[in-house]
Write a protein that binds this ligand. Structure first.
Ligand code: ANZ
Ligand code: ZN
Length: 825
């Protein structure tokens, strides 16, 4: 063994060796319990950042620990490698997206390898490669065939100057990120997945995920946005057409003084056609369409609206109320129309004040002051008692909602209804670097799915990015022109590609069977490995990625392709890596590069620091001293091991009977550490406290090592066990020392140590109990108790209590491990 801890040589050597031994390769093994440990696969931006390092270090501890506990652990890695940055790089630097992406993957892979993570690299997948996206396309077709993928016109962000569709992220304060032109909404044919079919189940099943953080479940719940209310159908005064509105407050129906249609509502045009309102309303509608949804729903945005010259009738009172259009009503939510109840809704109140619409109080507080119009400054939005509501007067709000809905239902003018905020998932992108949507358009046969045998629809690699802002696919005749699979006539391909969230909604299934070229994944393999036992990633994916993956799982289960309906049993969302209190980011210039740290201290030090500095869910403050401290700790352990290997003769273990009190104390420390580390990892993922327990063990070992009467066998056993405990955290270091201790098999194949319960119990001794100097009894107590501890222990014992019963305690004299003398009066 070398005196110097040469982490460079050690880490490189073991990485090679593990690769050679295929140490982390797994196959299905029915005789072992499985454990699927998964970290969110990264976008190959080119370089690992500390957030990645943290994510993968956490995952690696769990994977290694579970494997040592005897589980058959699946721990894969891959690349979420379609997406816009590759196209931007192509436009900027003229490098083809495929080349740019594959080079980045190669670079990040070698960085990942230098961290010594226990991935089964044979299962690596890249979503941008045909052997992967073939199955993304196949899954699209499965959804299509089951009616879950469909096309419809939808409003998209449109930059008129670039003549292109923009993603929401590319709209900065209502303007195009690239050219600053104001962004418009434009209706284009788009592809959707019908995730709303699963809205209720996606909500209900959150209750079946006790292993998910509550905050993530709450975010999903809010995103789904279930709202209970009623649909109420007003009728247009002249044509008698139905105008349904969605409301959560059917109890306020008698207070509706106007009705608002979303500007996009098709009825608007019907009602204004050939009237004097046509021109100004169209102009207004146009201006609202240009606003983004965020701007429209923001409380900051002034509410704007316009009377459109038509009236509707209240279904219960037949009262005639005016119809308006306004920016604050969204077409995509509910029915795209609302009844305006200014007295009981904040927005309606502001709107009515602004446009001088009547305000009618129809709910009074159950207790306290009665509302009066004259001094109302705000809407009264609480529940209360219905007034000015005909037969419903005196009814409480909650009951009133049900009764009004029932009355409407009788008249066939409404019913109770549940609405969700969740919308269908818009998956088409007018982009090049994504999985082509496998659809063909034929003049005779219409929309034709590409037959399975013709998959994948290959993404052409030789492309030119023209400054039109449109997808280059539109300019590649060889791509567009094809023949119809049904009639054999010339036809053309869909040029839209899929949202990259589609690729990442099923990658965890592909890992179960990554090289299968007959199926997306064999069911017997997904049956063995799924669900993911532990998923680890950033909270930024708490909504979309996790929701989409859950949707996929449910749909695939309905198609009979997988055996379960939820993909991720347990979820750990790790905190951010901060420097000087702010998130590490290029724009803030406070980035510490993992490569540099690994170069300077080695991967084990980097991992140890990150795992020690804070528990996984919390944010982690970067500290150069902390890194230095972790490095010093490893050197200290190294010196201990080195001293042992050099100086001590290895002897067979001694039997318990021959152990000195110091030996026993060391065993107590060792087994206490095993217990603590095991529980900290297993029950709480508290790697920081697990590591500090190991640090205390090292201190104890140093003290023990100084003793003349030290027992080398015991010391050796403790150092060995410590390497096993360190193996998940600092895998190269532990492996090297383990090897130097004479082992020929990897420490990572070692079973996780069990602690010895008996070793935890302190040894017992007999002490003499005296009362006023006279021997009364002999008592058995744990050895090594300090004087006050001994006093407390003895006084609590029944036999001591009996000896002093009825007397007054004066004082207690103790001699540790020997005697307790109680002085009484
Ligand atoms: C009348 C009313 C009276 C309302 C009242 C509220 C209070 P949540 O809980 O978010 O579902 N609304 C319905 N559809 C809308 C749309 N497309 N765009 C904008 N607003 C819409 O809220 C439902 C309430 O939001 C509905 O209940 C409706 O206003 C409004 F005292 O109807 B309410
Ligand atoms: Zn055809």
């Amino acid at each position: 063994m070398q005196e110097h801890y040469d982490f460079h040589a050690i880490e490189a050597k073991w990485q090679r060796e593990w690769d050679r031994q295929k140490l982390y390769q797994v196959t299905e093994d029915q005789n072992k319990p499985k454990y699927y440990c998964l970290e969110m696969f990264p976008y190959p931006s080119g370089n690992l950042h500390m957030g990645h390092v943290r994510n993968y270090s956490i995952g690696d501890v769990i994977a290694r620990f579970k494997s040592m506990q005897g589980f058959n652990v699946l721990h894969p890695m891959g690349w979420d490698s379609f997406g816009l940055p590759a196209e931007n790089a192509a436009i900027k630097h003229g490098i083809p997206p495929a080349k740019w992406t594959l080079e980045n993957i190669a670079n990040m892979k070698s960085q990942l390898k230098s961290m010594g993570i226990s991935y089964d690299w044979d299962r690596e997948v890249a979503s941008c490669l045909p052997d992967y996206y073939q199955w993304t396309q196949w899954l699209f077709l499965q959804l299509y065939k089951h009616g879950l993928a469909y096309k419809k016109k939808a409003g998209v962000n449109w930059c008129p100057s670039c003549a292109t569709v923009l993603a929401n992220e590319q709209v900065v304060e209502g303007a195009c990120e690239r050219c600053d032109a104001p962004v418009e909404k434009k209706a284009l044919e788009q592809w959707f997945f019908r995730i709303t079919d699963y809205a209720q189940e996606l909500l209900d099943d959150l209750d079946k995920l006790p292993g998910w953080p509550d905050k993530v479940k709450t975010m999903q719940e809010n995103w789904i946005g279930r709202s209970e209310g009623a649909e109420i159908r007003f009728k247009t005064e002249i044509s008698g057409e139905d105008v349904p509105v969605f409301t959560t407050r059917a109890d306020t129906l008698f207070g509706a003084t106007y009705l608002v249609l979303a500007p996009e509502h098709p009825l608007v045009e019907d009602l204004i056609k050939d009237t004097e309102y046509a021109r100004p309303v169209r102009k207004f509608v146009q201006s609202v369409r240009q606003m983004t949804e965020i701007a429209r729903t923001s409380t900051e945005t002034p509410k704007e609206g316009m009377f459109i010259g038509a009236y509707v009738l209240n279904p219960l009172t037949q009262e005639k109320i005016p119809v308006w259009v306004a920016n604050y009503v969204l077409f995509e939510y509910g029915t795209g129309a609302v009844m305006g109840v200014p007295a009981h809704d904040e927005r309606d109140f502001a709107f009515a004040k602004k446009y001088n619409l009547p305000i009618k109080i129809v709910i009074q507080p159950a207790e306290g002051e009665t509302l009066e119009l004259a001094n109302m400054q705000d809407a009264y939005v609480e529940d209360g008692v219905m007034v000015h509501s005909g037969e419903f007067d005196g009814t409480g709000s909650a009951e009133g909602r049900r009764k009004v809905a029932a009355a409407l239902e009788k008249k066939q003018a409404g019913k109770e209804r549940i609405t969700y905020r969740l919308r269908d998932w818009l998956i088409s992108r007018q982009r090049y670097w994504g999985a082509p949507i496998p659809i063909i358009y034929c003049e005779h046969c219409g929309e034709v799915p590409v037959p399975d045998r013709d998959l994948p629809v290959m993404l052409p690699l030789e492309v030119e990015f023209k400054p039109t802002g449109e997808s280059p696919l539109k300019y590649i005749p060889e791509f567009i022109n094809t023949v119809c699979p049904v009639c054999g006539q010339p036809a053309h391909r869909e040029t839209d590609t899929m949202d990259t969230f589609v690729c990442s909604s099923w990658y965890f299934l592909r890992y179960c069977d990554p090289r299968n070229n007959m199926e997306y994944a064999a069911k017997e393999k997904t049956d063995y490995w799924m669900d993911v036992d532990q998923y680890i990633g950033g909270v930024e994916h708490a909504i979309l990625h996790l929701m989409y993956s859950r949707f996929f799982m449910k749909a695939l289960n309905d198609f009979g392709l997988v055996g379960m309906r939820e993909p991720f049993k347990n979820l750990l969302t790790q905190g951010m890596v901060l420097k000087d209190g702010a998130k590490m980011s290029k724009s803030k210039g406070n980035v510490v590069s993992p490569e540099e740290i690994i170069h300077k201290y080695g991967a084990d030090t980097a991992r140890l620091f990150i795992l020690f500095a804070s528990p996984p869910e919390r944010d982690l403050e970067w500290s150069d001293q902390g890194v230095e401290g972790s490095f010093r700790f490893l050197r200290r352990v190294w010196r201990m091991a080195y001293g042992f290997v050099r100086e001590e003769v290895k002897e067979p273990s001694l039997s318990q009977g021959e152990l000195t009190p110091a030996d026993k104390e060391l065993r107590r420390l060792l087994h206490g550490t095993i217990k603590k580390v095991t529980e900290d990892i297993e029950l709480r993922f508290n790697f920081n406290t697990a590591i500090s327990a190991i640090m205390e063990l090292v201190n104890g070992l140093y003290l023990y090592k100084e003793r003349e009467d030290r027992n080398p066998a015991l010391l050796g056993e403790a150092i060995e066990k410590m390497m096993v405990l360190l193996a998940p955290f600092t895998p190269h270091f532990a492996e090297e020392v383990w090897c130097e201790l004479g082992h020929t098999e990897s420490v990572h194949l070692e079973p996780w140590p069990e602690y010895d319960r008996n070793a935890l119990i302190a040894e017992a001794v007999e002490v003499v109990l005296q009362v006023n100097g006279k021997v009364r009894d002999r008592l058995t107590v744990p050895s090594g108790l300090a004087p006050q501890e001994l006093e407390r222990t003895v006084l609590a014992m029944e036999r001591a209590q009996a000896a002093i019963a009825g007397k007054t305690l004066v004082k207690v004299i103790t001699i540790p491990d020997k005697l307790v003398n109680i002085v009484v009066k």
